[in-house]
Design a protein around this ligand. Sequence first.
Ligand SMILES: [Zn+2]
Ligand SMILES: [Zn+2]
Length: 272
Amino acid sequence: MKLYDMHTHTNNSHDSKADIITQTKAQIAAGAAGFAVTDHCDVQFYERDHVFERIQNSVEDALAAQKRFSGQVEVLTGIEIGEGIWDEARAAKMCRAFDYDVVLSSVHAVRYPGLTAPFSTIDFGKLPRETLEQYIDQYYTDMIEMTEKLDFDVLPHITCPLRYVNRKYGRDIDFLTPYRDKVETVLKQIIERGIALEVNTAYANCTQECLPSYDILSLYKEKGGKFVTIGSDAHAPENAARLLFDAAEMLRQCGFTGYYYYKNRKPIFIRF
Ligand SMILES: [Zn+2]
Ligand SMILES: [Zn+2]
């Protein structure tokens, strides 16, 4: 089976130090047939982080690597737009700014009063349980709005806050049962719009720790979901294409017969 890692970062993202050459060589070493460079475009930090210039560099870097490593690995261009619903015009503009192979649209921060910072920076340790539950509820509300309104191809790492809430701060929040209606709405909307669901392996030590986990993936399959991608979300070379075979195996167990990669924003099927 050919391996395509559809979610990776380089030093054109604020939170990665790895240059494109290092990341490309790491993907080749990991046996990938291809990978997408999907650097961050968090709309709320657009000016502060000089996002337009970074994305321009990201696309140029990916195209240069595509030429240089031609025949060894396929380098695809992309972008990961964060908080697009906070500024829809900017998200739309960035979505059209370059000819990407794939556009990811993520929720990294939630419109919850007083807690609008990226969830990777919030101390969830002492938050009252009720607040925490309302926060997760708002996370899904934001995702419903995003999957309804924005133009994109792949929904990355649904349930991502649990990495911090449960794993880092040791809380015990069920991310599905109390929010089932909202999760189902998100899944229904992406299925209707032909948007793919990503299995994200970052920080996972086993398939149970992939985002989303088996239960949500099965729900997606059950409802008729067809498009799935796999992504390491590697910000460093040691994580390139990490655990992707495991993610593919989990998809197979859910009943999928293969997964997809994207080129020119069109899904291409890879059979298991
Ligand atoms: Zn992300
Ligand atoms: Zn990412």
